[in-house]
Design a protein around this ligand. Sequence first.
Ligand SMILES: [Zn+2]
Length: 71
Amino acid sequence: MRMMLIGQRYRCQNVECGAEIEVKKASIEGRSNPRCCCGAEMKKPYTQPVLRTFGKDATVASEFQHGGDRR
Ligand SMILES: [Zn+2]
């Protein structure tokens, strides 16, 4: 299951189409990526940098919690 978050952008995988959508309302997707009006699958082209930043923060948070547990 995927989450569609507000502000996330999806780009059509059909290079001849190149349509882009921005999520305006957060929701849980059914089972796959959304589809463009041309029928091609849409994917999130800008996901990776966001995920890397989020992962770094998550590691810091988890270390912090671990230190608290040992006390
Ligand atoms: Zn398209």
